[in-house]
Design a protein around this ligand. Structure first.
Ligand code: SF4
Ligand code: SF4
Ligand code: SF4
Length: 248
């Protein structure tokens, strides 16, 4: 049996997750290429494939016109992986879901440029097509991607944690941001990253999205109890996802 054919596709995103793919270092990346054949990857090649074993999709779904392209990828692929926060949760693009003047705010006089026009909220890819697995994070965690691909190659279901970042933070004995007078979303954020942000002295902003059934009431109360203004506490969790209640 030949190597599985893998394609990479991008929608509304900074393309940082695809760049992260090239950041493995030669040894890891070449080892990955020993096991998969990349047959479509706009960043690096012009070839197209009729059939894909795995399609990795980066970026949010934010234009109705993108639906057909997503459906075409889904029809060609046995397995679809949403690749990074933009594709998996809406990502940082989802900040536009809460603001009408976002384009002017970000792009100033260029706000009317044709490539900036979009007619939907910034949504995860699964709002348009079935997604089989998600590689979370902004950027996606390249080692989690390797684990998912490795599991698929071995016929196993990839394991994606569904417990909070606090668990990983405690495991590495990091002092809690709240004990340092700061805030943090680690109690509702989905683990799997190893809690690098608190260990580096910055709060977790939940770039990997949330655990199943996050306790938003408790999060809001803890943030307020630690001095955050109420409105800020209510919207704090919007940074990287469109899926929390505060998004409604
Ligand atoms: S998840 Fe982050 S790094 Fe990846 S494409 Fe979106 S904004 Fe860029
Ligand atoms: S710093 Fe954040 S992730 Fe770590 S224990 Fe405190 S709340 Fe949880
Ligand atoms: S600690 Fe939080 S913000 Fe940092 S990588 Fe993990 S989930 Fe993302």
């Amino acid at each position: 049996m030949g190597k599985p054919k893998v394609g990479f596709f991008d929608f509304s995103s900074c393309e940082g997750c695809q760049i992260e793919l090239t950041n493995y270092g030669d040894a890891d990346f070449l080892e990955l290429l020993n096991h998969i054949e990349i047959v479509e990857f706009r960043e690096a090649m012009s070839e197209k494939a009729d059939h894909l074993d795995i399609a990795c999709i980066e970026g949010s779904f934010t234009r109705e016109s993108e639906r057909k392209r997503l459906e075409d990828i889904r029809a060609r692929a046995d397995v679809v992986i949403s690749f990074g926060a933009c594709a998996s949760t809406g990502g940082i693009n989802a900040l536009k879901n809460h603001q009408s003047d976002f384009k002017e705010y970000v792009y100033g006089k260029d706000a009317d440029s044709p490539h900036l026009q979009s007619n939907l909220k910034a949504l995860p890819v699964e709002a348009a097509i079935k997604v089989d697995y998600k590689v979370l994070g902004c950027p996606m965690d390249k080692y989690e991607f390797l684990n998912i691909v490795s599991s698929l190659l071995h016929g196993k279901t990839p394991y994606i944690p569904d417990y909070p970042v606090c668990v990983e933070c405690k495991r590495r004995e990091t002092i809690c941001r709240f004990d340092l007078g700061d805030h943090c979303l680690g109690m509702v954020a989905r683990a799997g990253c190893g809690a690098p942000c608190p260990a580096d002295g910055i709060p977790c902003e939940a770039c990997r999205g949330f655990v199943t059934n996050p306790n938003e009431d408790s999060l809001e109360k803890v943030l307020i109890d630690h001095g955050m203004p109420e409105e800020r506490a209510r919207t704090k969790s919007r940074m990287f996802t469109n899926t929390m209640r505060s998004d409604a």
